[in-house]
Design a protein around this ligand. Structure first.
Ligand SMILES: [Zn+2]
Length: 428
């Protein structure tokens, strides 16, 4: 018989206190992998060994091994291939399960560190100070991976395993396409619910924005820099005209979003970012070409088709105003992600809310996030009720990224108790 919640919570507290040093070291090891896009395989190979060592069956494959092109939730890929894009799915299974099955998913891809001068220490040499671990990927979201794995370790330490099938999935491509999560689904992994422990400061994700990524190639009117040239002749300067008009489009969309049911309460939820720019070949010549790469958010209720039409019309308007000889070329180069609302009322949410309140003493709050996660892949396209929920940290995608280790321990306990309620437990 599984213990009641009070008894189990006390046993988990003791086990997680004992495991805290090991969990912190495990997270530091995970963070030490420079798992930016195109370099995730060493990290995933280490995880596959860790999972096999726990007695779980391990399926290690690349996105190339799965046919995902054109499926709902797919985003096109350019300038890279998927030979490195390794995914690991570990499975705990039991005969004649009494409980409900579960997917635990974390992404191990991290965004590039950016300018090294801005880091207080090398980004992939994590440091622990005053109960926080800093470093690229600590908070987004290697800590979540450490939580889901040690939730199962802690249950085992007190004598239990889930009484249902649990898939422990570490994916890549979360930060640019969502194609890693999609590959697990297209490979056939399913469950009665999924939990993605992104660091959300103890809140549950209720709604999120999608995003579109695109590249615009702009041509100028090349000539000697000393010749007089009209507007648009300098392709790099023209790039700023395009970006300015796209920023104006964003302001227009934010204005329309003021009464949006899930994002109306957030000031300017839709963000435009000119993320990369390159162009020109020679300082004595007017730059003949420029490429700008941009990202723009997508509100739930706006289709990707509508969004791309609006962006394309804006770019065509700039081209007309500048009057160049060639039309700019638009490529949709990464995220083509729908916004989504995770409707209240699922059994999985009720279970998490009950456990969260039991552990923290506060009701579970929900929020709308202006970022994009893998959650939509499970929930929106495959009908798996999916919870995105996790602990405290700050500075994700910046050189001040860090995660709180006391929160890691508490969130691990919440995930373990969630597993106990959702999957049931059986003695080891
Ligand atoms: Zn993340």
């Amino acid at each position: 018989m599984a213990p009641d919640r009070t008894e189990l919570a006390a046993e988990l507290d003791s086990a997680l206190t004992t495991l805290h040093g090991a969990q912190t070291d495990w997270l530091a090891r995970l963070v030490s992998f420079d798992s930016v896009r195109g370099n995730v395989a060493p990290c995933q190979e280490w995880l596959a060994r860790e999972f096999a060592g726990r007695g779980w069956s391990v399926d290690s494959f690349t996105i190339d091994d799965v046919d995902i092109a054109g499926k709902p939730g797919y985003s096109p890929v350019v300038d890279t291939d998927y030979t490195d894009a390794r995914i690991v799915v570990a499975t705990h299974d039991v005969e004649q399960p009494a409980g409900r099955s579960l997917i635990l998913q974390g992404h191990i891809d991290v965004v590039p560190p950016g300018a090294p001068e801005l880091w207080p220490h090398p980004p992939f040499e994590p440091q622990v100070k005053d109960g926080w671990m800093s470093g690229r990927g600590t908070n987004d979201m290697k800590v979540g991976v450490a939580e889901m794995v040690f939730a199962l370790d802690a249950l085992r330490a007190v004598g239990y395993v889930p009484d249902a099938r649990v898939h422990i999935q570490t994916v890549c491509e979360e930060e640019c396409t969502g194609n890693g999560a999609l590959a697990t689904l297209e490979r056939g992994y399913r469950a009665d619910a999924a939990l993605i422990p992104e660091s959300l400061n103890g809140q549950l994700l209720r709604a999120e924005l999608g995003s579109v990524w695109f590249r615009v190639r702009i041509l100028g009117a090349p000539g000697h820099v000393l010749a007089t040239a009209g507007p648009g002749a300098n392709a790099i300067l023209a790039g700023y005209d395009y970006a300015g008009d796209l920023a104006n489009l964003t302001a227009e969309i934010n204005n329309e979003a003021r009464d949006h049911p899930w994002f109306g309460h957030i000031e300017n939820p839709v963000k435009f970012s000119l993320g990369k720019i390159r162009g020109g070949d020679w300082l004595g010549s007017v730059p003949s070409w420029c490429e700008i790469e941009c990202r723009m958010s997508v509100l739930p209720g706006t289709s990707l088709f509508e969004m791309r039409e609006r962006v394309s019309a804006c770019i065509a308007g700039t081209a007309k105003r500048l009057g160049g000889a060639f039309d700019p070329v638009i490529d949709w180069i990464g995220f083509q992600a729908d916004g989504h609302v995770f409707l209240p009322g699922s059994d999985a949410e009720a279970t998490l809310a009950s456990v969260h309140e039991y552990v923290t003493g506060h009701p579970l709050e929900t929020f709308s996030q202006t970022a994009t996660s893998d959650t939509r892949q499970y929930d929106l396209y495959y009908g798996i009720p999916t919870l995105c929920y996790g602990g405290h940290g700050e500075g994700s995608h910046s050189p001040s990224e860090r995660t709180n280790l006391a929160s890691m321990q508490e969130t691990t306990k919440i995930i373990a108790l969630f597993i106990a309620d959702w999957c049931g437990l059986r003695p080891v």
